[in-house]
Write a protein that binds this ligand. Structure first.
Ligand code: HEC
Length: 134
């Protein structure tokens, strides 16, 4: 057998084996439905928080960002002049909690932070990713 043919067969086998590995991740329609339901529960919680007074004053996110307008999640990470460096969406969520809302910043893994992110990104779904854009 020629060396090229032999190498070709090896590559082919490797690809086939890899596809088989991929099959281990198959999921059913029932799984998808369950996971989407869980996701939407978190989105709903985010929506509730977005319309609540999270800080020490009576201000809520929706007063300045109705339906998550002007939150531009698709542009993160990006340089924000208020913070002076390249930050993630969650850093701006905390910036708004601390400044307009006069509250305490959320821990980055706080379920409330995840929920706010889920709501904001879900509201802006379908926008092409454009990290760094202003
Ligand atoms: C009093 C008005 C006001 C309120 C209330 C407010 N924000 Fe903001 N928000 C701003 C301003 C001003 C900016 C800065 C705009 C900029 O420089 O990009 C901003 C920026 C943001 C950004 C980044 C937007 C971008 O274009 O990069 C996010 C995300 C955000 N706010 C989320 C929130 C969340 C979540 C809340 C509630 C916890 C909230 N904001 C409450 C005024 C507000």
């Amino acid at each position: 057998m020629k060396k090229e043919v032999f190498l070709g067969i090896i590559v082919f086998i490797a690809v086939v084996l890899n596809c088989n590995n991929g099959r281990a991740d198959e999921f059913t329609k029932k799984d998808l439905k369950k996971w989407h339901k869980e996701f939407m529960t978190v989105v709903k919680e985010g929506e509730r928080l977005f319309h609540s007074a999270l800080g020490k004053n009576k201000v809520s996110c929706d007063m300045c960002h109705p339906n998550a307008a002007n939150t531009h999640p698709e542009t993160y990470p990006k340089f924000q002049k208020q913070i002076g460096k390249v930050v993630a969406l969650r850093d701006m969520i905390n910036w708004c909690i601390q400044n307009p809302l006069e509250g305490e910043p959320l821990k980055l893994d706080d379920p409330k932070m995840i929920a706010l992110e889920a709501y904001i990104t879900y509201e802006r779904r379908g926008k092409p990713l454009s990290p760094g854009r202003h």
